[in-house]
Write a protein that binds this ligand. Structure first.
Ligand code: GLC
Length: 549
């Protein structure tokens, strides 16, 4: 184990996460060192130079703990060991130390809302008799009806179907996600103590932070009222007031407890919340004794429209100023359709259901591609921190048409085949134009890559000045020089209904044209970077962004 002083140092006086760029590693699909078709920690270690050259400040690694992978590792069987398909605890420690040597911090993914059904606690609970205190670590209750054969209430799973499953002895347990993911009972002090210890376990191993999974979950209304489930959207999260299992006020006590644990360590350790809540509730998660950051999902879900982006950026930046935090921008992650494909669909299309409902002709990839490039510049110029999902820098599209036989996401089955789920954004990365899995590993990858991804591989993009990879690298380098050191921002007016632009205190301005016709650029000294062709006559082409000085 290495000591805390191994952490990267920085000459920027602000804590690194305030304006850091974090790269999300879906370890299963990043790089496969042992050739078994599944990405692993050693594959990631070998690619640290690539990440350093990209210019990011940290990586967030999706759950790497021992897991049956019933939900891609969000079903944790042991929070203190590594899934053997990904490596060992020694590999994880080496990765943390080597990332630090490359000036990259490491954020782990903590899953506190539920465990795997293979976790020792759940096995113990199942083996125990009703009423035994070990059952109280989960939500295990009698059913309704004269013989208890009806679930305790009408809640449904985020992945489809009822949120309760019956145990052999007749009681029922709650699973807001897959049945392999029983929900923990956060009223139970033993559960709280265990997670304090898990945080310490990883902090002692020099982890720099945690992404907290389902941060809007955890606390349930213990009277378990019916919800009236009509209209609940699979994979959607109802962001409504006073919900019996989302965004309950008592969550904040738990967050404060975790924060106190982190604050006991040196070196700017941080926590970022995955909290799908109403915009006006988000700042509560960011109070000085709670999370350091919380993803802005409104930004991710926004249609390609200037006014919508302006409103979201405006609301988000105002909301965080008062509490002394900064915004956390995100366009993509392992749960949503990749933005290139989203922006290639007409505004208003339900991109969660479109891969199954179609029609396929709605998609115009040639429209999505320039928009994704422009969105990258919009994202990276903003004050605050930005998250990049692996493959975003390569301009990968969603593989929305994966053959159904290879689908692995539990959503496909649980939704009764009405939702294809999230595999389309989890297809392994192409590193080279040839080989059995385009340089991902020495054998075929766990999900098939489209053959035309050879052209999108890292190796091909490295030597193409116009590639998405080079755009990201250049933007990240300019960001360090022009957009990091101050957090001031003001909007540029007079760009017309389809233009959105902002000016940073350092003198950098970003302008995006969301419309169908060129717009005039504001006065400037120099064009620092453009996502497409900028006309010499001082206009900005449709679906293009520029950074101006
Ligand atoms: C989060 C994760 C998602 C997972 C779910 C259940 O939303 O991002 O991938 O399926 O939690 O843990």
């Amino acid at each position: 184990m290495s000591s805390a002083t191994d952490q990267p140092s920085s000459s920027d006086p602000a804590p690194w996460w305030r304006r850091g760029v974090v790269y999300q590693v879906y370890v299963r699909s990043f790089a496969d060192a042992d050739g078994d078709g599944t990405g692993d920690i050693n594959g990631l270690r070998a690619r640290l130079p690539y990440l350093q050259r990209l210019g990011i400040d940290a990586i967030w690694i999706n759950p790497w703990y021992r897991s049956p992978l019933a939900d891609g590792g969000y079903d944790v069987a042991d929070y203190r060991s590594i899934e053997p398909r990904y490596g060992t605890i020694d590999d994880a420690e080496r990765l943390i130390a080597e990332a630090h040597d490359h000036d990259i911090r490491v954020i782990a993914d903590l899953v506190p809302n539920h465990t795997s059904d293979q976790h020792a606690w759940f096995r113990e609970a199942v083996a125990a008799a009703p009423g035994d205190p070990v059952r109280d670590r989960y939500h295990i209750r009698d059913g309704r009806g004269p013989d208890g054969s009806q679930p305790p209430n009408d809640w449904s799973s985020v992945f489809g179907g009822p949120a309760w499953r019956r145990l052999p002895d007749g009681q029922w347990y709650l699973h807001l996600f897959a049945p392999e993911q029983p929900d923990l009972n956060w009223e139970n002090e033993e559960v709280r103590r265990e997670f304090d210890a898990v945080l310490r376990f990883w902090l002692d191993r020099n982890i720099d932070g945690f992404r907290i999974d389902v941060a809007h979950g955890l606390v349930k209304d213990m009277s378990f009222p019916d919800l009236g489930t009509a209209g609940v959207e699979i994979l959607g999260t109802p962001r409504e007031a006073n919900h019996p299992h989302w965004d309950r006020d008592a969550i904040h006590e738990i967050v404060r407890r975790w924060r106190a644990v982190l604050d006991g360590y040196d070196g700017d350790r941080m926590m970022v919340a995955e909290a799908w809540v109403q915009p006006h509730r988000l700042p509560m998660y960011l109070r000085p004794d709670e999370y350091h950051q919380s993803f802005n999902f409104d930004f991710l879900e926004a249609p390609w429209d200037a006014t919508t982006f302006r409103d979201i950026v405006s609301a988000a930046t105002e909301a965080v100023v008062d509490i002394g935090s900064t915004s956390t921008w995100v366009l993509s992650n392992h749960d949503v359709m990749r933005e290139l494909t989203r922006y290639g669909l007409p505004n208003g299309t339900n991109w969660r259901s479109w891969p199954t409902t179609g029609p396929a002709e709605l998609l115009d990839v040639e429209r999505g591609r320039p928009r994704a490039r422009a969105a990258a510049m919009l994202l990276l110029g903003l004050p605050g921190s930005a998250y990049i999902y692996q493959g975003q820098e390569l301009g990968l599209p969603e593989v929305w048409d994966l053959p159904v036989e290879v689908l692995d996401d539990p959503v496909w089955k649980r939704s009764g085949h009405t939702r294809k789920g999230r595999d389309g954004c989890r297809v392994p990365l192409p590193w080279a134009p040839d080989g059995p899995s385009l340089g991902f590993g020495d054998g075929p990858a766990w999900l098939p890559q489209p053959p035309d991804w050879a052209e999108l591989s890292v190796e091909v993009q490295e030597s193409d000045a116009g590639s998405s990879l080079v755009l990201y690298r250049t933007a990240l380098e300019l960001r360090r020089r022009w957009a990091m050191a101050d957090e001031a921002m003001s909007f540029i007016d007079g760009l017309g209904p389809n233009g959105f632009g902002y000016r940073r205190g350092s003198g950098l301005a970003c302008v995006v044209n969301f419309g169908e016709t060129a717009i005039d650029l504001p006065d400037h000294q120099q064009i620092l970077l453009s996502s497409g062709d900028t006309a010499a006559d001082g206009t900005l082409a449709p679906d293009t962004a520029v950074w101006l000085r």
